[in-house]
Design a protein around this ligand. Structure first.
Ligand SMILES: Nc1ncnc2c1ncn2[C@@H]1O[C@H](COP(=O)(O)OP(=O)(O)OP(=O)(O)O)[C@@H](O)[C@H]1O
Ligand SMILES: [Mg+2]
Length: 383
């Protein structure tokens, strides 16, 4: 399980450390930083997929996503005064990390040392990476580390050099995941690659989920929901415990799913009370599609290491929220889940570990924290 999450310097998140539960619900007013938290988690997952540099580049490089306020906020600014530029004490950095039951990972991204001849000066540079045992980075718990071009791992008999030529755009997780001396690197990569994110699943008239699909088993929902029917049918056949059927009945009493063969493809239909024929995917409402997509994501045969949903309540009427909350809570028995939501009724129905975000002097903070003692421990390795 992922126990702790730390983010530094990402958009409105100047410095945030939060503890996660089996089910964590993130709430807060518009603009409080919920989506920024969601995006920073995605970025962390991108590190495991070797995509963090291109992913940042597509948001305008490091400069486009760095915290735009003061490095540490003056009390005068907290009291409502204007922010003035001050001389930085630390380096310009975007740092992301997580700690878990067995392994943790922390990455420190900075700006490229100026090479005026390069056309890629906006690419961030990976300054440091640490793989450690446990919930927070500690020098004694470090299992592998990368500092600039040097990478090494710790064995029973001390440190082993892994590389002295790491490029600033290469991640330890990508380059050295095969290192026999450091199986933990592959462990962190596997963890990050098992995270799944669902944000703005498409339900519009042209949504991929409304089109017939190739009939082939599918153990996880595609990002765009295109394989919805195949995922639901695979879950129905594989789990054989009625989970999907129950989910449909709970939301739409008297209805049941029917998978139909559409010229060699697989199509989804819902037989509803009072209808002479089942209604096919193009005919179902946005809310119905949204609920079925979420049900597919939450019950799919392949269980993700972490499932993160951003605003799952989108296009759902309040009446459907209790059924959605039930699906999420059931999923959280098997998979760690983070739900970012605007909906107070969904948050209340979910219970779980609640993180309420708010903004103070422009920065995203956790509501109700009185002082530094309320912040879970996390010390970034210094550059
Ligand atoms: N580089 C940055 N530095 C500081 N603050 C930023 C930066 N980029 C964006 N923000 C702030 O972050 C806030 C947006 O946060 P986010 O999108 O996470 O909000 P949200 O809680 O998801 O809101 P909503 O409920 O409206 O979706 C904006 O108010 C914006 O001012
Ligand atoms: Mg948002």
């Amino acid at each position: 399980m992922i126990r702790r999450l730390a983010i530094d310097g990402y958009r409105s998140i100047r410095s945030l450390v939060v503890d996660l539960g089996a089910l964590t619900v993130v709430t807060g007013a518009n603009g409080s930083g919920k989506s920024n938290l969601y995006r920073s988690l995605r970025l962390l997952a991108d590190c495991g997929a070797g995509r963090v540099v291109p992913s940042l580049a597509s948001s305008g490089g490091l400069a486009g996503v760095l915290w735009a306020g003061q490095e540490s906020i003056d009390p005068a600014v907290r009291a409502g005064g204007e922010a003035q530029g001050t001389r930085r004490k630390g380096p310009i950095a975007l740092r992301l990390g997580f700690g878990g039951d067995d392994l943790g990972y922390a990455v420190d991204l900075g700006i490229t040392a100026s090479r005026s001849e390069s056309l890629f000066v906006r690419d961030p540079s990976i300054k440091q990476e640490h793989v450690f045992a446990g919930v927070e980075p500690r020098p004694a718990a470090t299992l592998a580390e990368r500092v600039g071009p040097l990478a090494r791992s710790r064995g029973d008999d001390g440190w082993h050099e892994l590389s002295r030529t790491m490029a600033e755009w290469d991640s330890l997780l990508d380059e050295l995941a095969g290192a026999d001396a450091a199986p933990e690197i592959a462990g962190v990569r596997r963890t990050l690659r098992s995270w799944r994110f669902h944000d703005a699943l498409r339900t519009d008239a042209l949504a991929p989920a409304r089109q017939p699909q190739i009939a082939t088993r599918a153990v996880r929902l595609d990002d765009d929901g295109a394989n919805l029917a195949a995922v639901l049918q695979t879950t129905i056949e594989t789990r054989a415990d009625g989970t999907v059927e129950r989910a449909v009945r709970a939301a739409f009493p008297g209805s049941r799913l029917e998978m139909v063969d559409e010229g060699g493809g697989l199509g989804l239909a819902l037989r509803q009370h009072g209808m002479l024929r089942a209604l096919t995917a193009p005919e179902l409402s946005d809310g119905t599609m949204q609920y079925l997509l979420l049900t597919a994501a939450l019950t799919s045969v392949e269980r993700p290491g972490l499932l993160v949903l951003n605003e799952p309540e989108r296009s759902l009427h309040d009446d459907l929220l209790p059924a959605l909350a039930d699906r999420i809570r059931e999923a959280a028995d098997e998979t760690q889940v983070v739900v970012v939501t605007h909906s107070r009724s969904l948050a209340d129905a979910l219970a779980g570990t609640r993180i309420e975000l708010e903004r103070s002097a422009g920065e995203t903070v956790v509501a109700g924290r009185e002082g530094p003692l309320d912040v879970p421990a996390w010390r970034w390795p210094s550059r």
